[in-house]
Design a binder for this molecule. Sequence first.
Ligand code: PMP
Length: 412
Amino acid sequence: MSAGGTGFRDLRSDFPLLAASPELVYLDSAATSQKPRAVLNAIREYYATANANPHRGAYKLSGAATDAYHGARREIARFLGAADPDTLIFTRGTTESMNLLATAWGLTHVHRGDRVVVTRLEHHANFVTWQQLARAVGAEFRICELTPDGQVDLDQLRLLVTANTRVVAFGHVSNALGTINDVREIVRIAHAIGAVAFCDGAQGAPHLRVGFEQLGVDAYAFSGHKMLGPMGIGGVIVRRRILDAMHPYQFGGDMIEFVFDGDSTWNVLPHKFEAGTPNVEGAVGLAAAVRYLDALGMDAVRAHEVTLTRYAMEQLATIEGLHLFGPASAEARSGVVSFTLGDIHPHDLSTMLDVDGICVRAGHHCAQPLMRALHVTSTVRASFYVYNTAEDVDALVASLRKAQVRFHAHVG
Ligand code: PMP
């Protein structure tokens, strides 16, 4: 198989870090993606031509910063398929987005005796947030288990989502296994009894065409840095009626309408949930990232990743003692392969791969409840994105074979 077989030209030259290190095999995009030159340039251009504090000044430059910020919001909302850009609230990323929902919505809408449901696949950002909300208000916290190949057990979910369930919080795509969830079905199950469906899209937005309106979720959270954008920016799209019924998350500048001595009133959306000076640089950089993804086409991005993942799964299956976790088919996962290799500790294995310039993640992937269910403490995870090629997979497989020989020579 050749890199051209995936339908993309080799994109490394668009990514300064990768272009500067031809030997580097970056297989950790589920942790964070590399950034194309277009994103770096957009940030530089913003500071060179339009930097001021938005919303604050009557002068033209402040207007330029305000336009840059809200223009970015409109572009990102359109990319994610949200009809109403003012319902896209910028945050630092998925972690802050889930905390916003659990705090600003959860504390007033979930009560003692209610039920909160998550799945066994969740990242800690979408697990601990709801676990702690449930503890704080005295609600029941229930976890939907998985089928043997790492998919959410929808039959069990139908039983778990009872009349007293207020929220079903679930990921679009698992960062640990790559499993793509049946979002529409999970939404149907939640809505059937009047619960809200909140989706952690940290691993969905970078890899799949989201279509917020079609998915039917009540909220969709994402992180810019996993989708070619900068760190420190992300957001959550929330249905307007839910935002209207939510208390502010943080207090301060920009989110205020009037402040009286005894109480205050709140600005309109999206400002009500964006207290303080915003991350304009991040929003502008993320808008450049979604333009880059749009130019590639999200269907092509997906096709590229399925091809690479299928190839990786075939190649990994030829390595004796390698145990691959997660769905059996490449179509059922995003570009993630999570595995163990014989007795080699995942941290040792990733250190050995690093010697060959291969960057993979080893650990529990912020999914300790999932690792416990899989009866492991950690796995090695390789994850693919637009700039990866079949040669990267070949390099991974060759290095794994080398590590295996070295390990056995050492211990045996
Ligand atoms: N959810 C999932 C599924 C993730 O993969 C991550 C990042 N690893 C997060 C939430 C948290 O995202 P961030 O660290 O960008 O807030």
